[in-house]
Write a protein that binds this ligand. Structure first.
Ligand code: ATP
Ligand code: MG
Length: 388
């Protein structure tokens, strides 16, 4: 009787010919997060991925693999051969565990016979194993319509017996869907945006704009910590850190006060696009949500967009703030995001920012600036580091 953890892959199962590519990516993530633990083989068997584990590392393995995108359910299983006696023993062992859970009074056995050479059909085998449990374990009865727990028996090359299906995040493995550059501020939204796009398989790098020494080193540290939390889901994240204080000063002296935010946002986009192209990254990602603030009206988004030629993914565009906050709490970025350190956007913040900017006027304002020169100069002092 071996202990294994099974990982259900959900959406990957729909991938047809590309399926192996997705599964292999997932397996490489599993191996990465389990580094340092003593585990056995990690292998595929008919649609699921299995990890051989020792009894005492089960919980740790579950906690670690829970954060890998592409996994829908995690089940601690007992693995046995296709010998009826062994299967019975496994079923009893599993049933014994559930007996001790107070809320569990009823069960149903569900057999999934992928190996059609196995001589007993699924419904019949479920009945037989149900009878074994009834006979040997006190206090449990069968309820076929609404059981408190299911006892699952998957008959494949090996046989797997389990009850728990622990829900994971789902999505697709990071690295199966291109690369994106996340514009990561210290706020609540952008880490959530990065999380959601990584969950769709995008490999994330992050760029942060600051106005040091007008913004503090602690503000930088905060963003680094947010990237670190994100990296616990995605693996290593490359960070690009760009000082835009000179750009802001230039805008402040040469352009209308109420255009400060939209003009600096256009600079951020251009710099991000430049960094992305130089690093083989295909899309930008922001935490913009329609209507949330002045710079996120349809008009502002349109004017921001016009500064670049690269697609910008905005996974939060239609989400309410309360929902975004719920996700931020769930993924553990919220507490860090609300730390009250200065952001570069609060510097020179206009009293009445334009909410319906017109591209024509914004471009006219930019004629007062050496856009290219300012970008080049900001990039010269860009810092690059990895967080993990
Ligand atoms: P967030 O909570 O992500 O800071 P926000 O609600 O404060 O968002 P804005 O300040 O309008 O909204 O920023 C919109 C988006 O622009 C952010 O989600 C982020 O992707 C990007 N952004 C803003 N400021 C920065 C910054 N200093 N560095 C990098 N990206 C930024
Ligand atoms: Mg912000």
């Amino acid at each position: 009787m071996d202990r294994v953890i099974s990982l259900s892959v959900g959406e990957i199962a729909l991938k047809g010919k590309n399926r192996s590519f997705f599964e292999n990516k997932l397996i490489s993530h599993v191996k990465r997060v389990l580094q340092g633990l003593s585990i056995g083989k990690v292998y595929k068997e008919q649609g699921k991925i299995y990890v051989e584990v020792g009894e005492d590392s089960i919980n740790e393995v579950i906690n670690r693999v829970k954060k890998i995108f592409g996994i829908y359910y995690i089940s601690p299983c007992i693995r046995v051969s296709k010998n009826i006696g062994d299967i019975k023993a496994a079923v009893l062992k599993i049933a014994e565990n559930i007996k001790y859970k107070d809320e569990v009074k009823t069960f149903k056995v569900k057999t999934n016979r992928s190996d059609k050479k196995f001589p007993i059909k699924s419904p019949e085998f479920s009945r037989e194993m149900g009878a074994v449990i009834l006979k040997n374990i006190e206090g449990l009865s069968v309820d076929v319509n609404n059981p408190d727990v299911y006892v699952y028996i998957d008959i494949k090359q090996n046989v797997y017996v389990y009850t728990d299906k622990i829900k994971a995040y789902g999505g697709l493995p990071v690295g199966t869907n291109g690369k994106g550059l996340l514009l990561l501020s210290g706020g609540i939204d952008s880490p959530v945006a990065g999380f959601l796009m990584a969950k769709r398989g995008v490999e994330i790098s992050a760029i942060h704009f600051h106005s040091y020494p007008f913004t503090s080193e602690r503000a930088e540290e905060k963003v680094k910590n947010l990237a670190k939390i994100l990296s616990s889901y995605t693996g290593k994240i490359r960070m690009y850190s760009v000082n835009i204080i000179d750009i802001q000063k230039e805008i402040n002296t040469k352009c209308p006060e109420d255009e400060m935010t939209i003009l600096s946002r256009r600079f951020m986009m251009r710099i991000a696009e430049r960094v992305a192209r130089e690093n083989d990254i295909d899309v930008l990602i922001t935490g913009e949500s329609l209507g949330q603030v002045a710079s996120q009206t349809v008009e502002s988004i349109s004017v921001t967009n016009a500064s670049v030629n690269m697609p910008i993914l905005r996974p939060l565009v239609g989400m309410d703030k309360v929902h975004i906050i719920d996700i931020a709490k769930d993924i553990d970025t919220y507490e860090t995001s609300i730390l009250p350190y200065d952001d570069c956007c609060t510097l020179f913040l206009p009293k009445h920012p334009v909410t319906r900017p017109k591209l024509k006027y914004i471009e006219r304002s930019e004629e007062n600036l050496d856009v290219e020169g300012l970008i080049e100069k900001a990039l010269e002092t860009m810092e690059i580091y990895d967080v993990e």
